[in-house]
Ligand binder design. Structure first.
Ligand code: PMV
Length: 313
């Protein structure tokens, strides 16, 4: 018997980094997905095959001995089959670029938790999300859980550390053009650098948090009114705050300049230091924005919001 599940990637539209200090962030799922197929095997091993590598281990291998980005799959499989006389074979197919802040690891955790757990029981979305967050913690201890949440439920949501997530009911019809700097970043390292910046500049940082909070309230209003031009202005403003906390660099600035040409606004998405930026467009300025990136030899693709979230087969 096989079990199959797929989950979308995500972008942080607003509020990255400030969310670590209690400010609200706005995230959405995107229509790029990871699919995981899980199958019980007689051999009592756990094996994972994906486009970023392979992993094959005996059951009950200590997690501390595993140094692989596929560790969350092992964690999930080992936890779920602990009391069963079986092994598991997992195949991962992805069309989300990895390591650039588009939620590929969260989508793996969500689709993995669903595909593996559903070999044994009819798990609910809530149970799958809980498992997925546990699995993500094996590679990023301090995850807020926001990424796994949006990958599970899809759509657009606001998130803050204290109150968790709230789905935003509006269904904006914008397009995002995502350009990839192809510089892999470590979220943990960039978050640690921002912490240092905060400790050196407490007053400036707290003013920025306040400004970001106000900006987010403005975005929520503009989303209700489907005012894409105003959302674009907020994108530009949010990028200025990210510049101030030092997570940008020359390549990202060049990409943002190109993205702003013709779109409603462009900014870094996720941790920064590398990774991706997005430009906010509608149907009319989509092709031109893509062309501008391509003319300047940047990798880019357009996405829309995914409203489905986790899908099981
Ligand atoms: O690199 P990403 O897209 O996973 O983004 C990390 C977002 C931060 O706000 C920088 C960290 C966090 O845990 O929220």
């Amino acid at each position: 018997m096989k079990s199959k599940a797929s989950a979308p990637g995500k972008v942080i539209l607003f509020g990255e980094h400030f969310v670590v200090y209690g400010v609200k962030a706005i995230l959405c799922a995107i229509d790029k997905r990871i699919t995981v197929i899980a199958e019980k095997t007689k051999e009592r091993k756990i094996s994972v095959k994906s486009n970023i590598g392979r992993l094959e281990l005996e059951k009950n291998t200590p997690l501390s001995e595993i140094n692989s980005p596929l560790k969350p799959f092992y964690y999930l499989a080992n936890k779920i089959i602990r009391n069963h006389e079986t092994g598991i074979k997992i195949i991962v197919e992805s069309n989300i670029p990895s390591g650039v802040g588009l939620g590929s690891s969260s989508a793996c955790c969500v689709a993995g938790a669903a595909a593996i757990s559903r070999l044994f029981a009819d798990t609910t979305r809530e149970q799958i999300l809980k498992l997925a967050i546990e699995a993500e913690k094996t590679i990023f201890q301090n995850t807020s859980g926001a990424d796994c949440t949006v990958c599970t439920y899809g759509g657009i949501m606001e998130y803050d550390k204290k109150n968790g997530f709230t789905k935003i009911e509006s269904q904006p019809n914008f397009h995002l053009v995502i350009a990839n700097s192809n510089i892999e970043h470590s979220t943990e390292t960039v978050v640690a650098e921002v912490k240092k910046f905060k400790e050196k500049n407490e007053v400036e940082f707290s003013t920025l948090c306040k400004s970001e909070s106000e900006l987010i309230e403005g975005v929520l209003k503009a989303l209700k009114e489907n005012n894409i031009k105003e959302i674009g202005n907020k994108v530009i403003q949010n990028q200025q705050y990210l510049e101030k906390i030092g997570i940008s660099n020359n390549k990202l600035r060049d990409m943002i300049k190109i993205g702003k040409n013709g779109s409603f606004g462009a900014k870094i998405t996720g941790a920064g230091g590398g990774g991706c930026i997005f430009a906010l467009t509608d149907k009319l300025n989509l092709d031109n924005t893509v062309k501008q990136f391509k003319d300047n030899n940047y990798d880019c693709f357009s996405v829309r919001i995914d409203f489905k979230g986790l899908d099981t087969f």
